[in-house]
Design a protein around this ligand. Structure first.
Ligand code: EPU
Length: 363
């Protein structure tokens, strides 16, 4: 009798103590279509696909990929990618969500947000709670984790203006590392994670420093005129996001109606000497000051001058109100998009001698 009792107790112990640890927490699916997970609605399949909601699940997914010798690809909101071929490996969809205020002083607050959270949710939270600094970045699609990779920016503000640090997992060693703003080597739509550390780190969370006093950036484009036209003398964060929202919707297509990935190309930065020569041939050419001796040329202007604005090529085209945005009119293929990209690059190069670099990640 005592033996049976010991046996039963032992099996219960095995079940409760060991079983949960042996059971895999993640669910890996096979042959998953990636198109629905991108805002451009273009994409083939992934051999394997899993969704992670916690850092423990992430580590589990990485362990799975290592054991099965599969490559990995981290997917956020899919708002800045053009998927051109099937992915032979494990796609890890990052859904590690959340944010919290980690420090508050009389003048600023530090907010930490996890990488799978939507960028726009963080902006909404800060605007509602009088934490200032992110207003101009309102409505940018994508996740927190993708924001530092390309140093997102709009209307005269970039992530780097409020960024303090990020926590990332080294996919090679499994160790965590903190990157300061300097260590991230931010540039225009650029960081160390696009270059030297491309594919090396999984960004876990970021910390931003936000002001408790309004400090709005009004210099870009028509922000000031819009505020004046709306009769606003002393803008609030609410006024700012209303104006930004108006400016965005007047130029950028609604993602729900017309799939796109935002600006498809970067604005090229060229030498002032090259600009002077171009200005001689094209007196109406636009430019913005950049680094010393260099100027930024609006790619949208170049594409428009090259005759692509509002033009449709099969199921793809460059948006009628913003020539920099490649749109999918329905059922577009990666090939169609690639063909258009290369056509634009060729014509712009021939006409202006400038090479347009994609801003969207072509995978
Ligand atoms: N322009 C044209 N034709 C057009 C559109 C614009 O000639 O069809 C010229 C105008 O002279 C305009 C200038 O280009 O003054 C700049 O246009 P805009 O203010 O729309 O900005 P952008 O340089 O085309 C950048 C970002 C956008 C961001 C806006 C506003 C890049 C690659 N793109 O676009 O970001 O929303 O500024 O700040 O830097 C994104 O990255 O996905 C994105 C949408």
């Amino acid at each position: 009798m005592a033996n049976i009792f010991t046996c039963l107790l032992f099996s219960w112990l095995v079940f409760f103590v060991f079983f949960p640890y042996n059971k895999s927490m993640i669910k890996v699916e096979k042959k998953v279509l990636l198109k629905p997970f991108t805002t451009l609605k273009i994409g083939s399949t992934a051999d394997f696909f899993t969704l992670v909601q916690t850092e423990t699940e992430l580590r589990e997914a990485l362990k799975w990929a290592r054991a099965k010798q599969q490559k990995i690809f981290i997917l956020g909101a899919g708002s800045n990618i053009l998927l051109t071929k099937p992915f032979r490996g494990l796609v890890i969809k990052n859904e590690i969500k959340g944010w919290r205020i980690i420090k508050k002083t009389p003048t600023f607050a530090l907010v930490e947000a996890t990488s799978g959270e939507a960028w726009s949710h963080l902006v909404n939270f800060t605007v509602q709670n009088n934490l200032f600094g992110l207003e101009n970045l309102f409505l940018i699609p994508g996740t927190i984790g993708a924001a530092p990779v390309q140093n997102i920016g709009a209307y005269g503000v970039e992530l780097k203006d409020v960024f303090v640090s990020l926590r990332a997992l080294d996919l090679k060693t499994g160790r965590e590392k903190i990157f300061s703003a300097v260590a991230c080597r931010f540039g225009y739509r650029d960081s160390i994670f696009k270059n030297k550390y491309h594919g090396r780190y999984f960004i876990l969370s970021i910390i931003c420093k936000l002001s408790l006093r309004p400090q709005f950036k009004l210099a870009y484009g028509t922000i000031r005129e819009e505020l004046k036209a709306a009769g606003v003398k002393k803008p609030t964060a609410g006024d700012m996001i209303r104006i930004i929202s108006k400016l965005r919707s007047s130029k950028l297509p609604n993602l729900a109606l017309l799939p796109n990935a935002g600006s498809f190309f970067k604005n090229p930065v060229i030498l002032e000497s090259q600009f002077k020569k171009l200005q001689f041939r094209f007196p109406e050419i636009k430019s913005f000051p950049d680094q010393p001796n260099k100027v930024k040329i609006p790619a949208a202007w170049l594409i428009e001058q090259a005759g692509f604005k509002g033009k449709k090529f099969g199921s793809v085209g460059m948006y009628e109100k913003q020539a920099l945005v490649l749109v999918n009119y329905g059922g577009a293929t990666a090939n169609e998009a690639l063909k258009l990209v290369s056509r634009i690059q060729t014509v712009v190069k021939k006409k202006f001698g400038i090479k347009l670099e994609p801003e969207v990640n072509i995978i």
